[in-house]
Design a protein around this ligand. Structure first.
Ligand SMILES: *[C@@H]1O[C@H](CO)[C@@H](O)[C@H](O)[C@H]1NC(C)=O
Ligand SMILES: *[C@@H]1O[C@H](CO)[C@@H](O)[C@H](O)[C@H]1NC(C)=O
Length: 340
């Protein structure tokens, strides 16, 4: 889940000044940033400016995912084998023991710092579970927040090989192909998470949706591997696995899994006064991938031999994944932080 985007687009002269002082400033090049220039001034982003004293991340006593997490993927629409492979390898990398540093597993260590009422940490283990293909767009090419629940229902009640129902430690990850529009996609969200309603699905299952933005809005949801037209002069970064849409999804999938683990029923770890609009551990760091990141600047990243850019290693592949908030440090952090 995400809050409304922090209204900030920095002029380059202000950038350096702002970055050095700002531990958390969620950012994506949302379309409204282009049209309403009065929103683009630095002064409107006072919420996090200066220091983390503005971030009051609190624990609200609900469960977190402390048992081994199983991710059940629903591939909605048309997916290539190569695309599925990148995403599966990313999810498998979360608990991989031998990846080179900085690693995806190192990134997950910050998520593991979060505990429940009993002091139990979020599980170290995230594994891929049974998957479901929904190749023929069972609920059409335009989905709403509610019809997403019907897609999940179809997957867990299918006549052949239904997905297992696992409300305790299952995560249901609905991934839509690049020809599917989901409510608010590109305009205000690239993905979100919530839980299913027993009245629709029969169970309360934590789920996330993430869309492939390759056709609809790569400059928004696959940023910085694509940039919107209005950011004149800014070149997109080369993605490490050669699929801009899917690699834009990787960071959003990571964002949603981190939040599902720490706030699966939206009553555990979040900031903000409004429980219907919680600001969660990945919302606080969206757009920040390395030391110094903030605004349209990703922070310090690494270059591969082929000119592609990444910030962490997984199994066999490299990925670019946003950081998450550490309530111990009171700032965003990741395995590639330069001060570690
Ligand atoms: C632009 O943003 C300002 C300040 O948030 C607001 O007062 C104004 O109504 C907005 N204009 C448009 C056209 O949305
Ligand atoms: C569990 O959480 C506590 C509190 O954040 C932290 O000190 C500890 O290192 C965590 N344990 C693991 C294995 O991450």
């Amino acid at each position: 889940m995400r809050r409304s985007p922090a209204p900030v687009l920095l002029s380059l002269t202000l950038l350096t000044l702002f970055l050095s002082a700002t531990p958390a400033a969620s950012w994506r090049p949302w379309p409204y940033l282009k049209t309403n220039h009065s929103d683009l001034v630095l002064g409107n982003n006072k919420k996090f400016e200066g220091s983390s004293e503005f971030v009051h991340l609190k624990y609200h006593m609900g469960p977190v995912l402390t048992a081994d997490i199983t991710v059940h993927t629903i591939w909605y629409g048309t997916w290539q084998r190569s695309q599925k492979k990148i995403i599966r390898e990313f999810i498998n990398s979360i608990s991989a023991v031998n990846s080179k540093r900085p690693s995806v597993a190192g990134w997950w260590k910050t998520v593991q710092l979060y505990t429940d009422q009993t002091g139990a940490n979020i599980s170290r283990t995230v594994r891929l579970g049974a998957e479901k293909n929904d190749r023929f767009y069972s609920h059409g090419k335009t989905l709403t927040r509610l019809s997403i629940q019907s897609v999940i229902k179809s997957a867990v009640t299918a006549k052949t090989r239904p997905l297992p129902t696992n409300p305790q430690s299952g995560l249901y990850l609905l991934l839509t192909s690049d020809d599917v529009y989901v409510q608010d996609f590109c305009r205000a969200v690239c993905g979100f998470h919530y839980f299913t309603f027993p009245s629709i699905v029969g169970y309360t299952l934590p789920y996330a949706w993430v869309g492939n933005s390759a056709k609809l809005c790569p400059g928004v949801c696959a940023y910085p591997f694509a940039v919107p037209d209005y950011m004149v002069g800014l070149k997109p970064l080369k993605s490490p696995n050669g699929d801009v849409g899917v690699e834009g999804m990787i960071s959003v999938i990571a964002h949603e899994i981190a939040e599902l683990a720490s706030n699966p029923l939206v009553n555990a770890w979040y900031a903000g006064q409004d429980p219907t609009f919680p600001v969660e551990i990945a919302d606080l760091c969206e757009g920040i991938y390395g030391t110094g990141g903030g605004g349209s600047y990703t922070g310090q990243l690494m270059d591969d031999h082929d000119g592609s850019t990444y910030n962490m290693n997984g199994i066999r592949r490299k990925f670019l994944v946003q950081w998450v908030w550490s309530h111990i440090l009171s700032y965003c952090t990741g395995p590639n932080a330069l001060d570690q």
